[in-house]
Design a protein around this ligand. Structure first.
Ligand SMILES: *Cc1c(COP(=O)(O)O)cnc(C)c1O
Length: 231
């Protein structure tokens, strides 16, 4: 099977799961995760997904330079962003889905202002409670939320999480349900719609959709296993 068939199979699973949850397939956006993939593979997938997800600024920059004028969906940064790469990230990406600290929020806001644009962001929460995971601790979320809401050049769209890396459905769904609950609380606090819940990857996106995900981030199920090689 090629990329087209893989993408169609994923759309089909998304539609089936959304229906089970009483939701529309179009409520769930498909982010094609293209880390380690070539520009050619990315351009093949571009018309099959709603957005592209990259997790490293440097890798995304190299690929953007090689992109040419091929049509492109929005690019979203889904990996941890270091403060010193914030400017590059604002220049390269349509959205930063991995906002995880007040200093990073302040810096992105200042740079977006300098570039006369409004940057879409998701706050990434660590619901898995594993030391190796990125994202902020749930306890620190309200303070970051309050700060982000005062920053004029950031547009907060919602929340993102990486579930626990386990095939234990109960644990994974608990983590996703926790994120959904945090988004509901946040809507109550700030009155904004915060429509996006980015949760679910190749191994757990159906559980994500059942728990309210509006954005799934899929790499392996589209392209096959990743080989980490120098680009
Ligand atoms: C790599 C990555 C994904 C995609 O993972 P797959 O299991 O290949 O679908 C999703 N989200 C983030 C943040 C990633 O880094």
């Amino acid at each position: 099977m090629g990329l087209k068939e893989h993408a169609a199979a994923i759309r089909e699973r998304v539609a089936r799961t959304a229906a089970l949850a009483g939701r529309k397939p179009s409520d769930v956006l498909l982010v094609g995760v293209t880390k380690t993939r070539s520009v050619q593979e990315m351009q093949e997938v571009a018309s099959l997904v709603d957005a592209i997800g990259e997790n490293k600024v440097q890798e995304a920059q190299v690929k953007r330079e090689a992109w040419g004028d091929h049509p492109t969906p929005p690019w979203r940064l889904i990996g941890h962003l270091q403060n010193n790469k914030a400017r590059r990230a604002v220049e390269l990406f349509d959205a930063v889905d991995s906002l995880d600290s007040i200093p990073l929020a302040e810096r992105l806001d200042r740079i977006a202002g300098e570039l006369s644009r409004r940057l879409s962001v998701l706050i990434e929460v660590n619901t898995a409670k594993e030391a190796s995971k990125t994202g902020m601790a749930p306890e620190a979320f309200p303070a970051l939320l309050d700060r982000v809401l005062t920053l004029p050049n950031l547009k907060l769209e919602g929340l993102m999480t990486i579930g626990p890396l386990t095939d234990d459905e109960v644990r994974v769904r608990q983590a996703f349900a926790e994120l959904r609950g945090m988004a509901e609380d946040a809507r109550g606090r700030c009155g904004l719609p915060l429509p996006v819940l980015s949760m679910g990857m190749s191994g757990d996106f159906e559980w994500g959709i059942l728990e309210g995900s509006t954005m799934v981030r899929i790499g392996t199920a589209l392209f096959g296993p990743r080989e980490y090689k120098m680009l």
